[in-house]
Design a protein around this ligand. Structure first.
Ligand code: ZN
Length: 188
């Protein structure tokens, strides 16, 4: 297992639709093991294939909910159905999210409160998780990565502009940049 470099916004794989996983073989199992290790080292609560430079439809997640229940797994070729978005004003404290591919930044973004995730695991078995709250947010965020969408792309005006400005100021938004958890300390 190895920690892999995390791609930074501007790298083309982050902005393109990822391809379906066709076969679960040793290469894929190694990739998933590396993704868990990279996510834990970052540290983060989710990591998608394109974030380690692999344009395949899979992500890993790891999160402990308010009841202390751990949620940790891999979602291969996932689908996500989401509940309608609420229309109340954004809450900066409760709704701010970040992304390992836009290190150090956080902005509030409206997400669906509930989702149904359907995906395949490493054994090839299909599973479903009905997620609420932060886990639902993680699934929406990671699923977006598989369609080439970063959370910054979804921000409302004027947050969208603020995020773009900060990306530019950091010298990101151009191809070829990565950071290595445990070596580079870009997160705050
Ligand atoms: Zn992300």
């Amino acid at each position: 297992m190895a920690v892999r470099p995390i791609t930074i916004t501007g790298e083309p794989v982050l902005h393109a639709r990822a391809a379906e996983v066709e076969v679960v073989d040793d290469d894929l199992r190694t990739l998933v093991a590396d993704m868990f290790e990279t996510m834990d080292a970052a540290p983060g609560v989710g990591l998608a294939g394109p974030q380690v430079g692999v344009g395949l439809r899979l992500f890993v997640y790891s999160w402990v909910d308010d009841d202390g229940e751990p949620w940790r797994g891999v979602a291969i070729n996932p689908t996500v159905w989401q509940s309608p978005l609420g229309i109340e004003p954004l809450d900066d404290d409760e709704e701010s999210e970040g992304c390992l591919s836009i290190p150090g930044e956080r902005f509030p973004l409206r997400r669906a409160e509930s989702v149904l995730l359907r995906a395949t695991d490493l054994e090839g078995d299909e599973y479903e998780i009905e997620a609420h709250g932060w886990l639902a947010r993680i699934f929406q965020h990671e699923y977006d990565h598989l369609d080439g969408v970063l959370y910054a792309d979804r921000l409302e005006h004027p947050l969208h502009k603020a995020a773009a400005k900060s990306v530019k100021k950091s010298g990101w938004g151009v191809p070829g940049q990565t950071w290595l958890p445990g070596v580079d300390h870009l997160d705050d």
